[in-house]
Structures are given as C-alpha cells and as structure tokens.
Design a protein around this ligand. Structure first.
Ligand code: ADP
Ligand code: SF4
Ligand code: MG
Length: 342
C-alpha cells in the first residue's frame, strides 16, 4: 500500500502526447493519440510500474516525463518544479534530476569509449562533486553496479548485454537522480540475465532510496519490481493499484485478460480454469473509438460501453479503475469467466 502521508515526488496530470501524421498531398492530417489524458503520482522512494501491450503508450509516457517528446497537454511536476513547462537553459539545468535507462544498452553507449571513461564522463557532464573526487566516485559506481575494476578499460562490445546495462545504470546513477525512469530495461537481455539485473536494480533502488518509473510489457518483471502499478490501454490508464491489490483483485476486464494471458504465476490455476483469451488487436490510436476503448475486445461490453467513455474512478485504498461494470465498492458487476483469476 502507498503510505498516504508520503509526498509525491512526481505528479503527472492529464498528460497528452499527440503525434501528427500524414498531411501530405494525398493524406489528411491526422493525429496519433499515443498518450491521451494520463494522471498519476509517484511517492518518494517508490517504484511505479506501467504495464500494457505494445503500442499502449508506455514509452511515450516515459519520454514525456523525461521531456524528450513535445507535450500536447498536461502538467508534470518533479517536487516543486513544473518540469513540463521548462524550456532551454532552465530545462537543461533540471535534467540531471531525472535519468532514463532504455531497453538497448548498446545504443546508449559510445562504442569507442571505455566503460570507466563513460562513467567518469557522466560525472563530468553533470558536474557532480569536485573534479578531483570524480575518478574515485566513478570507481564506486562501478562497484555498486557489480562491474569489476579490471573491466574499467574495456570497450562496450567486450561486455555482455547484461554487463552493458550495468554500465548504463552506473552512468544514470552518476547524476544522483531523484527519479530514475526505466523503459523495458531488461527486455533485450537473456532471460537468465534478466533476474540478475532486476535484482541489482531493486537493491540499488532500496539502498539509494530512488524513486522509479518502471515500464515493462512483462507482468512477471512488473510484479518483481513495482510497488504501485498502472495498466495502460490505448493511451490511457484503465486501472491502477498497489502490487498486492492489482495481482490479488484485478477489476478491469483488460487487467484480468492480461493476467490470464500471461505465463501463469500459478500454473495450477490455468489448467483448472482454462485461459481467458484476449481477442483481436487494440484499435488504432489514430481512430480512437468513442466510449470505452476496450469495448471492441471486452467480453463484458454493454451497449453503453460503446458510446460513453468510463471515467477513471478512485475506489479507495489507492485503487483506480475505468469501467462501467465495476461499482464503487470495488465489486465487479460482470460474471466471472473461465480463466479469470479472482
Ligand atoms: N514519433 C511517433 N510518431 C508517430 N506515432 C508514434 C510515435 N511514437 C510512438 N507512436 C505511436 O504511439 C503509440 C504508442 O507508442 P509507444 O509509446 O511506443 O507504446 P509502447 O511503449 O506501450 O509500446 C503507438 O501507436 C506508436 O505507433
Ligand atoms: S466499460 Fe464496458 S467495455 Fe469497457 S471494460 Fe468495462 S465492461 Fe468492458
Ligand atoms: Mg515501449
């Protein structure tokens, strides 16, 4: 459960990122609603997860928080600062306070720069501490991220994928960020290595008291890493809760379908109940349907669902859900299906 007294570090309100597409000689100008009215808080020291199928707007949300895409609307506050509105030098000055780790560590590293120099350079760029202290600090970061001193002078291609992600982490932590954004940080790694990197990240998050926005399409990863979790569908949050609540009592039919379709955390459950299949693909974020965006795939859709968009409502205990068929006491008003987990 989120401690209710904890002051949020990050407050995102009604975030919108719309990409114009087309508009050439033949095509009419249209808009991809990649992120379409997303609001959430991340309390200090917590890891907030966003999960959802490919194309649901997770990465765009991360890029927006990092101020790496143009916002179409909404506000982003980091502590007291309205970082969504900063430009130019003011934006450059706050950048040190939020750092991102992407999926592909190879792309994030200069192939001609030795690992140790890459970390040292991050300290220099961010002007962390005085120049004389930086080599020692870089070596500490090396050790903290599980790299060996003798790896200092190696080039990125001489490392495995997992070790490369350690270098990227060391660089990100060099800035002593308040917020660490991780977008699918282990998706490119071998499954055997994923757990090592996730455990390292979790340890660092706890020992440094880091606040994290953690994005993954993988429920197992999200469950391992996150204290609070939002489920995104077609540019919007459809459900949010603490990890315990979301895994024990998912309420939105989409969350239930995702849970049911995932490699089971409880293999017995699936063989007993079969599997609730998620039919079809999400609609295009260009032609967003009226009403509930999940209606075309929802086994519980009513006529109302196709015309009226459900609001994301607070149900108490930090759980939020956007579904006409969940009442205010967090009771589903739709029948349980085979494969439903609760
Ligand atoms: N620069 C862009 N221009 C146009 N469409 C984009 C751009 N970036 C992302 N999109 C679209 O926005 C939607 C959300 O993408 P993304 O945030 O990458 O989703 P996810 O990370 O959940 O897979 C997708 O439909 C994607 O094709
Ligand atoms: S609002 Fe209707 S269509 Fe949307 S998830 Fe709920 S029951 Fe399904
Ligand atoms: Mg993505």
């Amino acid at each position: 459960m989120t401690a209710p007294s904890a002051e949020p570090l990050l407050r995102v309100r009604d975030l919108q990122v719309h990409f114009p597409v087309g508009g050439g000689l033949l095509g009419a100008r249209r808009v991809v609603r990649a992120v379409d009215g997303v609001s959430f808080d991340i309390a200090r020291g917590r890891t907030f997860g966003i999960v959802g199928e490919s194309g649901s707007g997770k990465s765009t949300t991360a890029l927006a928080v990092m101020r790496l895409v143009t916002l179409s609307g909404g506000t982003i506050r980091l502590g007291q600062d309205n970082i969504g509105a900063l430009q130019g030098e003011a934006l450059r000055r706050v950048r040190r306070r939020f750092q991102i780790v992407f999926q592909d560590p190879f792309a994030a590293l200069n192939p001609r720069k030795r690992a140790g120099d890459a970390v040292l350079e991050a300290l220099e760029l961010m002007q962390v501490g005085d120049p004389a202290s930086r080599p020692l600090r870089a070596r500490e970061l090396f050790e903290q991220t599980g790299l060996r001193p003798e790896q200092w002078a190696l080039f990125p291609h001489q490392f495995s994928g997992g070790q490369r992600q350690r270098i990227v982490l060391a660089r990100a932590l060099a800035a002593q960020p308040e917020l660490l954004v991780c977008d699918e940080p282990v998706s490119a790694l071998d499954v055997a290595i994923q757990a090592q990197i996730l455990n390292l990240m979790r340890r660092l998050q706890q020992s440094l008291g880091l606040t994290c926005l953690f994005i993954s399409h993988d429920l197992g990863v999200i469950r391992h890493m996150c204290d609070d979790i939002a489920v995104m569908y077609l540019g919007q949050i459809v459900e949010q809760a603490s990890r315990e609540t979301l895994f024990q009592r998912p309420l939105h039919p989409y969350t239930r379908a995702l849970w049911s379709a995932a490699p089971s955390f409880d293999p017995g459950a699936r063989s007993r109940h079969g599997r609730l299949r998620l039919q079809g693909d999400p609609p295009s974020p260009i032609d967003v349907p009226p009403g509930c965006r999940f209606a075309g795939r929802c086994p519980h859709a009513l006529p109302l669902c196709h015309t009226q968009a459900p609001a994301l409502r607070e149900l108490g205990g930090g759980q939020r859900v956007a579904c006409h068929r969940v009442d205010d006491s967090a009771t589903p008003l739709y029948p349980a299906l085979p494969g439903d987990r609760s």
